[in-house]
Design a protein around this ligand. Structure first.
Ligand code: SF4
Ligand code: SF4
Length: 124
């Protein structure tokens, strides 16, 4: 998927414009689980701008707990949490299976909310 196609999909799906991101990093700063991600929220948005995301391998889209703290902070109304939601939808539509626990970097320091949200996603 090209950057143009990915930006179009995100625009249609969540009504937000990833091209507006100015890489201020606030979304990453407020994200409670960014330290568990392989690609932090601001970098995910940057990659979405460029269409440079391998949705079959990136783990962050399954680590995000959907708390939307980043949405409140974004000065450009990009709504990174919703962008990640759109990326999850694209991945699932393209046949990527939900990640298994064993494929995620989960240990005793992992926030409980992450496990709860992850379980919900796996059980519908
Ligand atoms: S807070 Fe908004 S503008 Fe700043 S890096 Fe994140 S998505 Fe981009
Ligand atoms: S919605 Fe996802 S990316 Fe945004 S702050 Fe919450 S966990 Fe982090």
């Amino acid at each position: 998927m090209t950057g143009f196609e990915l930006r179009e999909y995100i625009r249609e799906y969540i009504g937000r414009e990833v091209a507006a991101c100015m890489q201020c990093g606030l979304c990453t700063a407020v994200c409670p689980v960014s330290s568990f991600m392989d690609v932090h929220p601001a970098a995910l948005v940057r990659r979405a701008q460029r269409g440079d995301i391998d949705l079959a391998s990136v783990k962050s889209i399954w680590i995000c707990v959907g708390c939307m703290a980043c949405v409140d902070k974004c000065p450009r109304d990009v709504a990174p949490g919703l962008v990640i939601e759109a990326l999850r939808m694209i991945a699932l539509k393209n046949g990527v299976e939900l990640k298994k626990y064993s494929e995620l970097a989960i240990d005793e320091s992992t926030p409980t909310i992450q496990l709860v949200v992850y379980s919900r996603r796996n059980t519908g």
